[in-house]
Design a protein around this ligand. Sequence first.
Ligand code: MG
Length: 180
Amino acid sequence: MTVPRPILFLDVDGPLNPWRADQERIERAGYRTLAMRPTGWEPPAPALLVRLDPRHGPLLLGLGFRLVWATTWKADANTWIAPVLGLPDLPYVEWPPLGRDDGEEVHWKTRRLVEVAAGRPFAWVDDEISAHDRDWVALHHAGRALLHRVDPAVGLRPGDFGALRQWAAGPAADGGRRGG
Ligand SMILES: [Mg+2]
């Protein structure tokens, strides 16, 4: 029996673009700094300097997930980010309008990602995940979930890819033991 691959919800700024990193250090580590001008932002974005490591695309494709953009870049991630990393066009999450403040500390992406996952196993890689999000997902998502925070001063590292690969290979069809 073929078990469907889990979803990997992928943020751009933080995990792939370590916007808080020291410039010299990140370029020594193999990142390229590129000027980008995404068109789909409201209000329109100024030219952005984005740091990307082209080795990350093949690594992501080899993890055993179905990759889905989970970023404010939305379709712009396919235009600007995917080609640098060698990724194909990926589906992306559409976000509800912002502005709701219901006094909780759950991230604004969290509810939407659980809705899109619709009970299927998923991992989420983002620099803004907190314990509030883990608690909320544990309560509202029936399948396995891994909420994996990446430091925006560092970006994705070998240990992150290892953790994701291991989780993706884990129990997917055993009754939904919760991971992560
Ligand atoms: Mg981010």
